[in-house]
Design a protein around this ligand. Structure first.
Ligand code: FE2
Length: 286
């Protein structure tokens, strides 16, 4: 069993780093943590970064989790190898690029690239946002899955992942007491389906809703409240068409993981929003 502490960062390829910088700083509200000719690192909390855009294919997505135990890198790699999972160790140069001391990577059954990092770097100064979006940190990702039941079994077999709730066949998974760090959504391809940043309160969600409308950013869902995490949310289209979400879902803490009963919600718009907002997002439709 590989113990994960939390989701840590995402990496997204892009052909347009300038556009990525404009969107993430002027709209999303992240802070630039570093910039090279082919990299843009962004932070939204006390980590060195939680998002890295690199010069590459816009379909090239990676997510990373932090290992609970920093001495566990070799064990984790052995376990994945023994289970015939496609995996490997990151080089020193690759670790440097990610601002971590070491990491391994693997492909989930859908083909998503996941990195497991040890001793990721923290920022020495407090987060100073580029705009006051109320961001408190990186929350979770929606991950594309070509078979959510199969991929759920993979995460439950190899990791300390637990199901918090289901919507249809799609599980919302957690590796700590917060409601979810990852949700697997059924599609016919790999990749990140959406990226969530947590905001402090409902006022931040609504303030951003009006801000995004004013800036002609396409709102694809919300404002609304999730039936699962009870988080208040707004989803919008970002750079290269990636869907970003602000929500305060992390307020839902699973205090007693062993006693938590995962709820089964049907694949229906009302399971995504109890207020009646209809998603303009393919994977959220029945
Ligand atoms: Fe979400």
């Amino acid at each position: 069993m590989i113990e994960l502490r939390d989701i840590y960062y995402t990496r997204l390829g892009t052909r347009d780093l300038e556009g990525a910088e404009k969107f993430t700083t002027e709209i999303l509200g992240l802070q630039i943590a570093g910039k090279t000719k082919d990299r843009l690192y962004l932070r939204g909390d006390n980590k060195h970064h939680s998002l890295c855009y690199f010069l590459g294919e816009p379909t090239d997505h990676t997510i990373a989790f932090e290992l609970s135990n920093w001495t566990d890198v070799n064990n984790a790699l052995d376990q994945l190898k023994n289970s015939n999972v496609t995996c490997g160790r990151g080089t020193d140069a690759e670790a440097q690029d990610r601002h971590v001391e070491s990491f391994i990577w693997f492909l989930d059954p859908t083909g998503n690239r996941i990195e497991l990092v040890s001793r990721p770097h923290d920022a020495s100064r407090r987060y100073f946002p580029s705009r006051d979006a109320g961001i408190t940190g990186f929350g979770h990702v929606g991950l594309c899955s070509t078979d959510p039941a199969r991929d759920q079994a993979f995460w439950l077999d190899h990791f300390n992942a637990m199901v918090s709730d289901w919507i249809g066949q799609c599980p919302l998974l957690r590796v700590n007491t917060r409601h979810h760090q990852m949700a697997l959504f059924a599609t016919n391809h790999k990749g990140i389906q959406h990226i969530n940043y947590q905001v402090a309160e409902i006022d931040d969600v609504m303030r951003s809703y009006y801000f995004l409308k004013e800036k002609n950013i396409k709102i694809v869902f919300g404002p609304g409240r999730h039936a699962t995490s009870s988080g208040i949310f707004v989803y919008f289209e970002g750079h290269d068409g990636m869907i970003y979400e602000y929500s305060n879902s992390d307020r839902k803490i699973i205090e007693s993981p062993q006693d938590h009963r995962p709820r089964q919600f049907p694949m229906h718009p009302s399971s995504f929003c109890v207020w009646g907002a209809k998603p303009d997002i393919a994977e959220f439709q029945d």
